[in-house]
Structure formats: structure tokens, C-alpha cells
Design a protein around this ligand. Structure first.
Ligand SMILES: NC(=O)c1ccc[n+]([C@@H]2O[C@H](COP(=O)([O-])OP(=O)(O)OC[C@H]3O[C@@H](n4cnc5c(N)ncnc54)[C@H](OP(=O)(O)O)[C@@H]3O)[C@@H](O)[C@H]2O)c1
Length: 260
């Protein structure tokens, strides 16, 4: 392989775009709150997702309100052939990536329909893994940067009400733990975000218990704090850490009898 000239080495080193964040699943209510929080702190944004019109509108609004650069980007996590290509096509690698993409579908339908299972696993697990791998390989080359990914408390223990979704999130949580371990030695930080209940379009119409239900804005604040403090795993709201500690420790012979 030809040796790189000093000029080429300088150009290589500049592929990391400082003060720029890639938001994956940017139409989500939590992502929207995160985008506004980051923009208010002067971050430039790339908003990735499937709904280009919504992302264009959001980008314009962010630019006007916060005088930052925001641009939309099409990314469908179920279209596996295009994920890496699209992320590699970005002009450099953003210093920060935050992924919110996720999908919860009917458990009854998942039990009967393999297409529904494919969508749940593809959106919450394999698609996210492919996107994050594409970001991670570039940050690894740079030796710095941060990746934060929204998993779920649902991944901490399988329950009858959402075990397809929960198992995809459990896979995602394990992937992030391994990725953090791998990237730690390469200067890149990985944050696993585990929300409990949050009031968003995903939970619309569900009876959510007020005191342990968060808002998208609170989740965004908690994610930002976790990024700043280089936390590894963050539960939001905080009490979910203790709720899940109890739930994880219920013996299986008792747990299987519960209706959850
Ligand atoms: N709400 C809760 O109580 C709760 C609790 C724990 C964890 N979470 C997790 O938090 C994250 C954000 O969820 P949310 O509550 O804000 O729900 P949401 O508003 O429904 O957001 C889900 C996001 O995922 C995107 N998405 C779905 N399929 C996609 C695909 N194939 N390719 C790219 N993007 C896709 C959606 O984009 P489109 O607009 O294109 O569909 C949407 O932006 C998710 O990962 C969710 O699993 C939520």
C-alpha cells in the first residue's frame, strides 16, 4: 500500500465533523426533543429517517430557531442494502450519533406472522446494528466520538406482553455492551439508553402510570447528561434502574406465573 503524504494524513484526520450530530429515527418524539436540545447548544444536525418531508420541515425550523445547520437524510433500517452506503456517503463522520429508531407492533400478530417478526427484529435490532456499525467503523478510525443508542427496559427481562420487541431490545443492549467494550480501547464512547414508559406516539392510547412515565424532553435531558458525563448505561426516568433490578431478580418459577 502506498505511504500517505503528510497532506493526505491531515485530510484523513479531518473526516470527523466536530459539533455535528447524526440523529437516527429523527421523526420520533424523543429524537425531536433531542434535536432541539442539541440545536439550542449549537450542534449542527443530520436528521435521518424515512419521512423526508417531516425531516425537511424539522430541519428548516431548527435552522431558523437556533441558527445552526440541519439537513435531512433518508434512512430506512429495513432496507439493509442501503444502510451502510447512505451512512458512508455522508461528508465525514459526525462527532456524535444518537439513535432513536424503534418499532413496537402487536404481540398477537407477531406470534402468527413472520413478516411482523421480521419488522420488529429488523427495526429494533439488525437495522440499528448495521447503522451503528457503519458509524462505529469510521469513529474507530478517528479514535474519538460518541454513540448513544436508545434500547429499552423491555430488553432487561422478557414479558408476555412484548417479548418480540423486548428480545430485539435485549439483543441491542448486549450488542451495545460489546461495542462499548470494543470501542473503549479505541477512544470512542458508547451510551446505552434504557427508557421506561415515555409519553410518545409509540405509547399513545396506553394507560401509563404517571409517576414513572417520562416526557420526551426529560429523556433528551437525561441522554445529554449521560453523554456529557460519559455514562455507560442510563435509565430514564432514574427509578427504572431500581424497578428493573427488582423485576430481573424475581425467580423464574414466580415470574412465569405473573401476567405482565
Ligand atoms: N415510548 C416509550 O415508552 C419507549 C420506552 C422504551 C424505549 N422506547 C424506544 O425509544 C425510541 C423512540 O421511540 P418513541 O417512543 O419516540 O416512538 P416513535 O415516536 O414511534 O419513534 C420511533 C421512530 O423509529 C423510526 N423508525 C421506525 N421504523 C424505521 C425504519 N425502518 N427505518 C428508520 N426509522 C424507523 C420512526 O420513523 P417513522 O416516522 O419513519 O416511522 C420513528 O422516528 C424507540 O427505539 C423505542 O423503542 C420507547
Amino acid at each position: 500500500m502506498a505511504k500517505k503524504s503528510p497532506q493526505e494524513q491531515i485530510e484523513r484526520a479531518s473526516r470527523l465533523v466536530e459539533n455535528q450530530a447524526l440523529i437516527i429515527g429523527a421523526s420520533s418524539d424523543m429524537a425531536r426533543a433531542m434535536s432541539y436540545l442539541l440545536a439550542s447548544r449549537g450542534w449542527n444536525l443530520i436528521l435521518a429517517g424515512r419521512n423526508l418531508k417531516d425531516l425537511r420541515d424539522q430541519s428548516s425550523d431548527l435552522q431558523i430557531r437556533h441558527k445552526i445547520i440541519a439537513e435531512p437524510m433518508t434512512l430506512d433500517l429495513l432496507d439493509e442494502r442501503t444502510i451502510r452506503k447512505r451512512i458512508r456517503a455522508l461528508d465525514g463522520v459526525p462527532e456524535l450519533t444518537v439513535c432513536f429508531a424503534g418499532l413496537m407492533l402487536s404481540e398477537d400478530e407477531a406470534r402468527k406472522d413472520s413478516e411482523v417478526v421480521h419488522k420488529i427484529l429488523g427495526t429494533n435490532f439488525t437495522g440499528v446494528v448495521q447503522a451503528i456499525n457503519s458509524v462505529a467503523e469510521q469513529l474507530e478510525e478517528e479514535g474519538r466520538g460518541t454513540i448513544a443508542v436508545v434500547s429499552s427496559v423491555a430488553g432487561d427481562r422478557g414479558r408476555s406482553s412484548n417479548y418480540h420487541y423486548g428480545s430485539a431490545k435485549a439483543g441491542l443492549t448486549a450488542y451495545l455492551s460489546g461495542l462499548r467494550n470494543y470501542l473503549f480501547h479505541r477512544g470512542v464512547h458508547v451510551v446505552t439508553v434504557k427508557p421506561g414508559f415515555v409519553r410518545t406516539s409509540m405509547t399513545e392510547g396506553m394507560p401509563l402510570p404517571g409517576p414513572i412515565t417520562g416526557s420526551p424532553q426529560k429523556v433528551a435531558q437525561d441522554i445529554w447528561k449521560a453523554i456529557e458525563k460519559k455514562k455507560n448505561v442510563v435509565y430514564t426516568l432514574w427509578m427504572w434502574k431500581w424497578i428493573m433490578l427488582i423485576i430481573r431478580n424475581v425467580p423464574e418459577f414466580v415470574f412465569k406465573r405473573l401476567k405482565m
